[in-house]
Design a binder for this molecule. Structure first.
Ligand SMILES: C[S@@+](CC[C@H](N)C(=O)[O-])C[C@H]1O[C@@H](n2cnc3c(N)ncnc32)[C@H](O)[C@@H]1O
Length: 282
């Protein structure tokens, strides 16, 4: 039984004639978790069942991929998180904002994993697609070497405004540059100006329908050996749900399929947070 199935398995009584005389059996209950992002991404009512008892704005289930809560709490209690980021997470509800808002920050265990990748990769130039509260940009900037620059791309100018005090408090303001505008345009401009191979590390966590575009542009921008990490590749279980046919899920599934056989990269999926696919440019 998959983690997702076990998370949502439920004892139900069969209503078929074969079940009339038998005792209750355990059937996997198909559940599509509430969509964490724009309400528009919610599947049609005729699609998978939505478990309305789960509210992602309050329940951390969506971030632990079927891990039992005590184990998830143990994991978090053994995750290193800079104080400034822990404060941001607890004070601003940065992780749990209403669906219609701009997004959600990654959980601390994912931040720790990405910071470790940055420490190993020693990037001079990082691109982050999707600034939000500045949680991850601060984490990555803290881990990158002195003199490096992290460009964080977001169309909403308020996000950079809100994030600036966080970058200041973390002592990384000099390493971070906010680029306001749709990421596709910003990446194309960067490519035209600085050419291919000018980026060492990139992380994508924004509008899912454009992931393929970001992937292609960032592969051009990345130097050989550079890392490109895309968040939400497991999409709260929807990628494994044949009934989930919304365009966000389909876009992510198509990209997962493409990466699996893309000879331009080495790649693996890391099931932390909502799942991230880590690609190394060959
Ligand atoms: C899930 S949040 C990112 C959270 C961030 N990874 C963190 O953990 O701190 C998604 C962000 O993507 C931004 N976004 C939406 N559309 C975008 C686009 N076309 N280009 C760049 N960013 C976009 C949203 O404004 C939001 O801030």
């Amino acid at each position: 039984m998959t983690a997702l199935a076990s998370l949502h398995s439920k004892t139900v009584k069969r209503t078929t004639s074969a079940a009339v005389s038998s005792s209750p059996v355990v059937l996997p209950r198909r559940v599509v978790l509430p969509c964490p992002h724009a309400g528009a991404a919610a599947p049609p009512a005729s699609g998978g069942l939505i478990d309305t008892s789960l509210d992602y704005t309050k329940d951390r289930t969506y971030q632990r991929l079927g891990m039992p809560m005590p184990l998830y709490e143990y994991l978090q209690s053994h995750t290193r998180e800079p104080h400034v980021l822990a404060r941001l997470r607890h004070s601003s509800k940065s992780t749990y904002v209403p669906a219609q808002d701009e997004g959600i920050a990654i959980p601390p265990e994912q931040g720790a994993m990405l910071s470790m990748l940055v420490e190993m990769n020693q990037p001079k130039r990082i691109i982050e697609v999707g600034t939000f509260t500045g949680y991850l940009s601060a984490a990555l900037a803290l881990a990158m070497p002195a003199g490096g620059k992290l460009y964080t791309l977001d169309p909403n100018p308020k996000n950079a405004e809100k994030a600036r005090p966080v970058w200041t408090e973390a002592g990384v303001l000099d390493k971070v540059e906010a680029v306001v505008g749709p990421a596709g345009d910003s990446l194309e401009r960067m490519l035209a100006k600085d050419g291919e191979g000018c980026v060492d590390f990139a992380f994508v966590d924004a509008d899912k329908k454009k992931y393929d575009k970001y992937y292609e542009l960032l592969l051009k921008l990345l130097r050989p050996g550079g890392l490109l990490v895309l968040d939400n590749c497991l999409w709260y279980g929807r990628v494994a749900d044949p009934m989930a046919q919304d365009e966000y899920t389909l876009a992510l599934k198509d990209l997962n399929d493409k990466i699996l056989t893309d000879a331009r990269v080495s790649a693996c999926i890391v099931p932390v947070g909502d799942g991230m696919v880590v690609c190394r440019r060959r």
